[in-house]
Design a protein around this ligand. Structure first.
Ligand SMILES: Cc1cc2nc3c(=O)[nH]c(=O)nc-3n(C[C@H](O)[C@H](O)[C@H](O)COP(=O)(O)OP(=O)(O)OC[C@H]3O[C@@H](n4cnc5c(N)ncnc54)[C@H](O)[C@@H]3O)c2cc1C
Length: 458
């Protein structure tokens, strides 16, 4: 590989790219990484981390309300500029850590937008570098629906930098980012309307989870409009926005101080020179890769959101490490995308691992379902009208637990633990043999007894 400037040139210093670069350098490879924005990528700069900080901020409202039932009286005011400034300081600190980690690993950071000149050459600005292997780790970007006035709307990228908290927010979308920002804005005191064109929020999640979260959002005061199509957005003379929606066939106009699109993300592949290099893209415009993250062109690889496999940070990290090990570690490592746990940091939050009831039914034909809803102990004194859902989906033939789902406080933390059992292929009997940890919500996962047998109608 000595004829090239580098053994590996990574385009994109996000979750997947940085991990691949560091692991490859650890194996002794000469590595460069180009970044057009800030090292850390979506997760650190404008995704998971700032989002979770805003979620924490939003939760204080209910915590303060709940405290009254426990004898506390507290008066509190909220400052959006303080929150954003503190969040920005933390993100800058994390960005610094990413820079230090790359430097310590001996990876050359090249700041600027990179494009492929050919299958072994990358261009950044006026300069060109050659590499034996090139890794596309350019992530994804938010989709903006093509409706008149769409330029007046923000996406999650801008939501983190608003100068002030909008008093009324219309969120368009029904996926996890829409749910999370509905909880953030509502918790911080905004009036939130959520408009989603589908029949139920959170497509792809278990149907009980979708219904349960929908009902909880409505109960908390989020105005959820299903089967609602956005027609256009107008800006009035006073700066306020008006969105034209058609909800259930009925036309309506919603006034808002901010309209946020949470209508999905697309892989960042355009303008990179991929087509010219002969790299095959799939129907969604993602780089098509095999189980080892190799593209259709030898020497060009892709990991993370740009491959549109599972758009989650820990997945991008795994893919990056696996690729570096395959290329430079002397061992071919394929990625296993099965039973990856995922969360929605909504209010209340969701945690899920494995198959939904519908997916299990279609894959297995016959499943046993165990589910319960209950009022969390905390709310006996707080008086809050909120219920938790816990559900297990079990393969009727093998009795293996193939899906675990929860909506309620700490669901993501709890499901991370349950995911080990699901990944290990444990049976319902083994769940039942585990003694409960009392009093917790998590204990419901080992005390579920009422079985519902479900057969596929295929
Ligand atoms: C609002 C939001 C919340 C999220 N919350 C979660 C969560 O809670 N949990 C979770 O697991 N995942 C979450 N995600 C998803 C997660 O952020 C992504 O899955 C993850 O960041 C993907 O990593 P990546 O390396 O593929 O791409 P990215 O992290 O997006 O990194 C790609 C990098 O490439 C750079 N780049 C692009 N083009 C070029 C170019 N031509 N030249 C140089 N650099 C380039 C970009 O600037 C970027 O820094 C969230 C995403 C969003 C938007």
């Amino acid at each position: 590989m000595a004829d090239y400037d580098f053994d590996l040139f990574v385009i994109g210093a996000g979750s997947g790219g940085v991990r691949a670069a560091r692991v490859a350098a650890g194996f002794g490879a000469r590595v460069a990484i180009a970044e057009s924005d800030r090292p850390g990528g979506t997760c650190v700069i404008r995704g998971c981390v700032p989002k979770k900080l805003l979620v924490y901020a939003a939760r204080f409202r209910e915590d303060l309300e709940d405290a009254a039932g426990y004898g506390w009286s507290a008066g509190a005011t909220f400052s959006w500029p303080t929150l954003i400034a503190n969040k920005d300081r933390e993100i800058a600190r994390l960005e610094g850590i990413y820079r230090t980690l790359l430097e310590a690993a001996g990876v050359t950071l090249i700041e600027g937008r990179a494009t492929l000149a050919d299958r072994h050459t990358v261009q950044v600005g006026e300069r060109r570098w050659t590499a034996a292997h090139i890794l596309i780790a350019t992530g994804g970007r938010p989709v903006r629906p093509e409706v008149p006035g769409s330029g007046f709307a923000i996406t999650s990228d801008e939501a983190f930098q608003l100068p002030e908290l909008p008093a009324r927010v219309l969120i368009v979308g029904g996926g996890f980012i829409a749910m999370e920002f509905a909880g953030i804005f509502h918790g911080l005191g905004a009036e939130v309307t959520l408009a989603y064109r589908g029949e139920q929020i959170l497509r792809g999640f278990d149907d009980d989870v979708r219904r349960h979260l929908h009902d909880e959002l409505v109960r908390k005061g989020v105005d959820v409009r299903l089967q609602s199509q956005l027609g256009c957005i107008e800006r009035r003379a006073d700066g306020r926005l008006v969105a034209a929606l058609t909800t259930g066939g009925r036309a309506e106009r919603i006034e808002a101080d901010a309209v946020m699109f949470a209508t999905g993300r697309v892989p960042t592949t355009s303008g990179l020179g991929l087509e010219a290099a002969g790299v095959a893209l799939d129907a969604q415009g993602a780089v098509a890769v095999d189980a080892y993250s190799a593209s259709s062109v030898p020497g060009i690889h892709a990991v993370g959101d740009v491959t549109n496999r599972l758009a989650l940070t820990p997945v991008a990290i795994r893919e990056g490490a696996a690729l570096a090990t395959t290329l430079f570690g002397g061992r071919r490592v394929a990625i296993d995308h099965k039973d990856v746990p995922h969360a929605v940091f909504s209010q209340p939050p969701v945690g899920s691992v494995g198959l939904s009831e519908a997916a299990a039914l279609s894959a297995l034909g016959k499943v046993d379902v165990y589910a319960t809803t209950f009022r969390p102990l905390k709310h006996t004194l707080s008086g809050r009208d909120e219920r938790t859902l816990v559900k297990l989906v079990v393969d009727a033939a093998s009795q293996r637990v193939v899906g675990a789902h929860m909506v309620g406080p700490d669901a993501p933390e709890i499901i991370q633990g349950i995911a080990i059992a699901v990944k290990a292929g444990l049976t319902k009997e083994q769940f039942d043999a585990t003694v409960a940890l009392h009093p917790t919500a998590a204990e419901e996962f080992v005390t579920l007894r009422d079985k519902r047998e479900v057969h596929s109608t295929r």
